[in-house]
Design a protein around this ligand. Structure first.
Ligand SMILES: NC(=O)c1ccc[n+]([C@@H]2O[C@H](COP(=O)([O-])OP(=O)(O)OC[C@H]3O[C@@H](n4cnc5c(N)ncnc54)[C@H](O)[C@@H]3O)[C@@H](O)[C@H]2O)c1
Length: 277
């Protein structure tokens, strides 16, 4: 598991819970210690809810080891990359992972929007590269979007679908395209909600209440954007805008402003809402 942020800790948690020995890698040591704390808190919450016992929780934690070096994947059968949503970072990482992981290993990416075909082309094993797009929060959400790049082999897809099911998830297969299905549909909605706030049409609370009570969404689009991370939302919209070449994906200037101010949502304590308590 490479990248120990919002998604990486959840993905490491579900793999370890399903019995996989899991190496959790991040360039930032504090991201690794935060991730372990989050996993522990999530396990405790599950135990309280009656999902698994204390012993099982301790076993899950015991299967996760942390490292700041990608060399930790040297014995891996299956690698999931969930580093920051930045094509430069991911392309460099895939080159490194290709060098460090055993030749038979599958390299998957949890990217929300970056081309799986391009990540595959950075390696010498494009047939063994695939998208494995988990939803946030990973231990709770059922879906995994399994994204086939242009060169992804049938066997790689079949194995990845099997792993997703073994984790207790429901995989859906899609082809590689900017934003796949989930973010191609979700991000324009979030962006439009931000334009509504920016233009003074309504407050964030009002926008979210309309979508929750009027359209049955469990979470309003702005609360969801805070959960995803506003920097991640901006990065996904940039990819949609650039790769599809249509101005309907133009990121709202208010989104850029919040990211520039360091208001990234839950992970920074402030986004459209405050989370410091
Ligand atoms: N946040 C969401 O709701 C969500 C949902 C689905 C998919 N994703 C995708 O998951 C990926 C991770 O997103 P996130 O929200 O967890 O981001 P995040 O910002 O919370 O965490 C990213 C982590 O990657 C680490 N990192 C950066 N460069 C690295 C490198 N070279 N090697 C190892 N670690 C590195 C950072 O230190 C950080 O801890 C992105 O591709 C994103 O698009 C996010």
């Amino acid at each position: 598991m490479v990248g120990a942020g919002t998604m990486g800790n959840g993905i490491a948690h579900v793999f370890a819970q399903a019995g996989w020995d899991t190496a959790l890698v991040d360039v930032a040591p504090d991201a690794l210690s935060r991730a372990l704390k989050t996993i522990q808190a999530n396990i405790e919450r599950l135990v309280k809810k009656g999902v698994g016992g204390k012993e099982q929780g301790a076993e899950t934690l015991g299967r996760i080891r942390t490292s700041t070096s990608v060399d930790a994947v040297r014995d891996a059968d299956f690698v999931v990359e969930a580093a920051s949503e930045d094509a430069k970072i991911k392309l460099a990482l895939f080159r490194e992972l290709d060098r460090a992981a055993p030749p038979a290993a599958i390299l998957s990416s949890n990217t929300s929007s970056i081309s799986i075909t391009a990540l595959a082309a950075a390696t010498k094993r494009p047939a063994q590269v695939i998208g494995m797009h988990f939803m946030n929060p990973v231990p709770v959400m059922q879906l995994v979007e399994v994204v086939r790049g242009l060169e992804t082999a049938e066997e790689t897809t079949r194995h990845t679908l099997e792993i997703a099911r073994a984790l207790g998830k429901t995989p859906v297969e899609v082809n590689d395209a900017p934003g796949f299905v989930s973010n191609r549909v979700l991000m324009p909605m979030i962006n439009e909600a931000i334009f509504c706030v920016m233009e003074g049409v309504a407050t964030p609370e009002a926008v979210d209440t309309v979508m929750k009570l009027g359209l049955g969404h469990p979470l309003g689009p702005l609360a969801l954007a805070d959960l995803i991370g506003l920097d991640t939302c901006l990065a996904i919209l940039e990819v949609l805008h650039h790769d599809l070449g249509d101005d309907k994906y133009r990121p709202a200037p208010l989104l850029r402003k919040l990211v520039a101010a360091g208001r990234l949502g839950r992970k920074s304590g402030q986004g459209f809402y405050g989370y410091r308590d």
